[in-house]
Design a protein around this ligand. Sequence first.
Ligand code: BT5
Length: 279
Amino acid sequence: MIEHELSATAVQPLLATQWIGRTYHYLEQVDSTNTWLQAMAAAGDAGNPPAGTVVAVDYQTAGRGRLARRWEAPVGTSLLFSILLRPNWSAEQGMWLTMIASLAAAEAIEQTAAVPVRLKWPNDILVEAGDGWRKVAGLLVDTQFDAAGTLSTAIVGIGINVNQTAAQLPDTLYPITSLRLATGHIQSRQSLLLACLERLEAQYEAANNGRSPHNAWYNRLITIGKVVTVSLPPVNGTATYLEGTAEAVDHWGRLLVRTPSGELHTVDAGDVTLHKRME
Ligand code: BT5
């Protein structure tokens, strides 16, 4: 029998990591890899499943984006996986998880598909597709805090459009693509997964040793200097928006938006959508 390219027996012997992916599950289908790993973590006792546990699938019946949005990908076309981390970091440091996972995915895509990668705040991964930057991947970080407010468990979910044709991509408000469309070649999901896990471990170790990922992440952001519309959490059921120029991102990953009246607003990633203007 030919091994599935994402099966444990195919992936684990090729892993260059110490702990990420050492516990590894491949499943044909789940609702959402983040939800599945969350349930595993909730059912386990202390330290179980271990930090670094990975689940990768061929299909999600209820793939999740942020804020109850959906992540859609036809069977076998994408890299859909989640990693369990147990950081014991301060709550403020939570955004570092998005930073290191974005950087890991960016580096892995550049390494395996040889295409330039930039990031759009807070959690989009973009590639140059010939006609500008298009979203090729997204991150979903689910966090849990212990009684002392420490970030105890985090599930980092990554969805990368690998081999979709144009017809297989969902309709979106902004430009999206797959690595196949951006490069003109079918790409190996296995090589990409191995590279992502290896880069994530390196990024995580550096962050865990106190080295901030901020500068590397900031340097890849296309958002800075752009006019953005931020949709804030609804107030009494009414949508509220903030339009201004994205001036910077602070050390903890919050976006600083200057409105036309000159006020500077600090925007937390968890609560917002950036509308329009990827160019
Ligand atoms: C994201 O959310 O970009 C995070 C996506 C994370 C997906 C991974 S897959 C493995 C793991 N398990 C999960 O259940 N999720 C994670 P957000 O920024 O909210 O973007 C969601 C929006 O992206 C949707 O509302 C669609 O407009 C668009 N979208 C849906 N599927 C897409 C795709 N395949 N490629 C590009 N955009 C997509």
